[in-house]
Design a protein around this ligand. Structure first.
Ligand SMILES: Cc1cc2nc3c(=O)[nH]c(=O)nc-3n(C[C@H](O)[C@H](O)[C@H](O)COP(=O)(O)O)c2cc1C
Length: 208
């Protein structure tokens, strides 16, 4: 089983990174092969809005995009994975622009006919709920702000999983991260580790 974790923080050794690593560690302890993708290190250009990928031949697993960057390879890995961990700090009440840029380019995984009117794109290769995902969101606002700060981020990321028919197994909001005492963060890391273990268990269960 392959699990890929995507880091949407520009800080590769920050709090979000630590929590992502723990989730991947948990998944590895449950038998998964894990990989971490630091989005800041990838060449991902802005979606230019042509929608060619979405209208491309529906028999293709990934619609072709005219932009030549790392995204085609990232999407090849994405569709082969069994599970995902999306990790993003809250920036300005939403996911980081880095994470958003990646999510927008995932449009190539959905198909919508050119002539469609007022419909939503459908997944080119739906997972049929046999894949799972964990979302991690970190913010400076404390956990009582989960609804205000965490939920908009979860919604943006989960929309992708809903269209792709991927089950979300955990949504972890960790608030008050700047100046968080180390022992508190270690407790949060334990919850992140457990989420990784659960992710693998839930994917296995869905395939029995
Ligand atoms: C540009 C910017 C905007 C931010 N906006 C918010 C916000 O709206 N709500 C919040 O709780 N924290 C906000 N933060 C704090 C970050 O969420 C926090 O620094 C981050 O989760 C820490 O993760 P990291 O160590 O991986 O960078 C913001 C930080 C930056 C740099």
């Amino acid at each position: 089983m392959n699990i890929i974790g995507y880091l949407g923080s520009p800080r590769r050794k920050g709090k979000c990174s630590r929590l992502l690593d723990k989730t991947l560690e948990g998944a590895a302890s449950a038998g998964a092969a894990v990989k971490r993708v630091d989005l800041i290190r990838q060449n991902i250009q802005h979606c230019m809005g042509c929608c060619k990928c979405m209208h491309d031949d529906p028999s293709r697993e990934i619609g072709r995009c005219p932009l030549k960057d790392d995204m085609a390879a990232l999407l090849e890995d994405y569709i082969r994975a069994d599970g995902y961990v999306f990790a993003s700090p809250v920036y300005d009440g939403s996911v980081t622009s880095l994470m958003k840029k990646f999510l927008e380019r995932k449009l190539a995984l959905s198909y919508r006919p050119q002539e469609a009117y007022a419909t939503i794109g459908e997944a080119r290769c739906p997972a049929e709920f046999k894949k799972g995902a964990v979302m991690i969101v970190t913010g400076n606002c404390g956990e009582e702000y989960r609804e205000l700060m965490g939920d908009p981020c979860f919604e943006i990321m989960e929309a992708h999983f809903m269209i792709e028919q991927v089950s979300t197994t955990d949504k972890l909001y960790v608030g008050g991260v700047e100046n968080m005492p180390e022992e508190v963060l270690v407790e949060k890391e334990k919850a992140a580790f457990d989420a990784g273990v659960r992710l693998v268990a839930e994917i296995e269960k869905s395939r029995q």
